[in-house]
Design a protein around this ligand. Sequence first.
Ligand SMILES: C[S@@+](CC[C@H](N)C(=O)[O-])C[C@H]1O[C@@H](n2cnc3c(N)ncnc32)[C@H](O)[C@@H]1O
Length: 645
Amino acid sequence: MGRRAKNKQAPPQPLEDFQNERKKKEEKKLKRQRSDSVSEEKPSNKKKTSKKDKIKEPKEDKKSKKSKSTKVKKAKEDVKEDNLPEVDLEALASAKKSLFDDESDLDNEIDEYNEDDLNNEFNVASDEDSDVEDVEVEEQKATLFSDEENDEDIENLKELNELSTQKALSMSGKPGADSDDSDESEDDDESDFESAEEEVVEENPRAKVLPTEEEKAKEIMEGGGKPDVTILRTRMIELTKVLEDFGNLAEEGRSRQEYVDQLLEDICNYFGYSPMLAEKMFNLFSVSEAMEFFEANEISRPITIRTNTLKTSRRDLAQALVNKGVNLQPIGKWTKVGLQVFDSQVPIGATPEYLSGQYILQAASSFLPVMALGPQENERVLDMAAAPGGKTTYISAMMKNTGCVFANDANKARTKSLIANIHRLGCKNTIVCNYDAREFPKVMGGFDRVLLDAPCSGTGVVAKDESVKTSRTEKDFIQIPHLQKQLLLSAIDSVNANSETGGVIVYSTCSVAVEENEAVVDYALRKRPNVKLVDTGLAIGKEGFTSFRGKHFNPKVKLTRRFYPHVYNVDGFYVAKFQKIATSVHDDNKASAAEKEALARADEEEESLIKGDFASFEAEEDQGFIEKNKKVQSDKRARKIRPKK
Ligand SMILES: C[S@@+](CC[C@H](N)C(=O)[O-])C[C@H]1O[C@@H](n2cnc3c(N)ncnc32)[C@H](O)[C@@H]1O
C-alpha cells in the first residue's frame, strides 16, 4: 500500500534552490529548538504551538480546523473526513520539527525514465502548435547564451522559460498565464501557517500516543481491513515528536523501543514497506530525518538530461529545446552538462535533438560516479557493469572520443540498449563486451581507471521502482554485497597501479544500505591494502559512515559520499573513490569468476567463523591475543604487496 503522490504539481525546484531552502529550514529548526529549550526553562502548562506542531490539513478543510488542538485525540476525531487526497503532502510538509520538512512542490507524475511515459507526459501540445512563435520569445533567444556559459546565461534561460510557460498556458487556455499560481498558493499557505503560530493550546506533554491492541484492532475494522491513512499519518507525527524528545514527551513507564516499534509498524502500513526494509532504512537516520527520507521516496525526482558534449554544447542544446517549447534549467552549479526539464510541448524522448544523440535522459545522481572517476583523454578505461550505458557514454564524452572505453555487462540482453546508446551518442572510442566482470583481470587488466557501478538492491531508487519496498529480503542484503565485494576486488586488480594519469577505481551503487556501501568498501580495504580511499572531489554528498550499529569501518570510509533524495533531490546513491598505490600478486590473478566465487564463499565462511570464535574476546585479558593476531595478519598482507615503482 504505497502512498504515492498522484497529483501533478508545480515544476520541481533546481537542486540549488532545493538545498538553499533546506538549509534555511534547518536554521529555522535550530532556532525553534533553541527557543523551545529556553521556554522549557519557564514552567507552564500552556504551550504555544509553532506552525510545525500543527498538522496541516488538506486545503478545503484547513481553515475550519485552525482553532483545533493538536492532541492525538482530536486528530483521531478528524479522521472522519473522507475526501482526503491519497497523499496529503501539505499535511506532511508542515508536521513537527523537520518531519516531512520539505514544503516544495517536487512532485511530478513520471516514475521512471521510460521514454514512452515521458513522451506521453510531455506531449501536451502538438508540434504544429509549437511552430507559433512568440515574438518576445524569439528576441530573447537571440541573446540566450553568450560564448562562455555563465550565470547570466542561466538568468536568460530562466526568463525565456517563463515566457515559454506563459505562452504554453495561454495556448492551452489555462488560467494563470499572467500570474504565478504557485506563488499565490504559497502565500496562502504561509498566511495559514503564520496564524497557526499565534495559536495557544493547552497540551499535555505526555499525551497518550501509543495505541492499545484493542484500539489498533478497532482502527483496522473501521478502516475496512487496514488502518486509516490519516490516523497513521497523525500518529507517525506524534511518535516522531515523542522519540525526538523522549525524556519530556514519553508516557511514564513506556520504553523507547515501544515507540520505535509502533512507528515502524505505521511506516510499513502507510508507505508500504516490508518490516525488514522499513527498519533497515529507519536505522540510517535520526527519527525525523528518516521520515523525510520515506516521504521523499514517494515523490519522483525531477526529469534531467545530460548534454552529449561529443555533439553539442549545453548552451546550444538548451536553446534548441527551448525553441521547441521545452521548459528547462541547468541542474545546479555542480554540473556543466545537466539540464532539468520542467515540462515540454514535445515528446522529450523523441525530439530530433534526442534522436541525433545530442542528449541522454539520465538521472542527475548518475553523473556523480563518472565525475568522481574523472577519465582523461587517451586513457584506457573499464566500465565493468555498463548497461544501458548512461555512464559509459559520459566517460566517452569526457575523453573526447579518444583512448578506449571497455563497456562490459554480464547481461547480454542489456548490452543491446548499451550498444544503441553508444551508437546514438556517437561514441567511437568504445568497445562493448559481455563477461561476468569477476573474469577481470583475467580477460584484460592494466586499465588507467575502472568504474564499478555495481548491481545493487536499488534502495536509493524506491521513487522509481516501488517494488523494492516489498521485494527485497534479508538474503538479498547478504547475497548482493557478496557479489559486490568480489566485483570490487576484480576492479581493483584490473587497474594499473603505475598508470601515469590514473590508477583510479570508483565504486558506486544506487543503494543506501550500509551492507552494500561502506561494508563493501571496508572489505576491499582489508583485502587489498594496495589501495587507499581518496576524496571523490564531488561538491555535494554526505560523508560515509565510519561506524554503524556496532560495526566499525576504516576511518577513511568517511571520504566516501552518500546522496539522499530528501537532501539533494536526487536518487539515493553512494560513491567511493580509490587510488591504487601499489601492485599486488592479485593483479596477475588468472582465476575465473567461478573460482573467485568459491574462494569468496570459503573466505566469508572463515570470516564469520573467526568472528564467532572471537565473540568472547571482549574481555581485557584477551586484548593481547587480538593485537598479536592483527599484527600477524598485517605482516602477511605487507609481504604480498609490491611497492609502486
Ligand atoms: C546499476 S546497473 C549499471 C548501470 C550502468 N552503469 C549505467 O549507468 O547505465 C548494474 C549492471 O550490472 C550488471 N551486472 C550484474 N552482475 C554483473 C556481473 N557479475 N558482471 C558484470 N555486470 C553485471 C547488470 O546487468 C546491470 O546492467
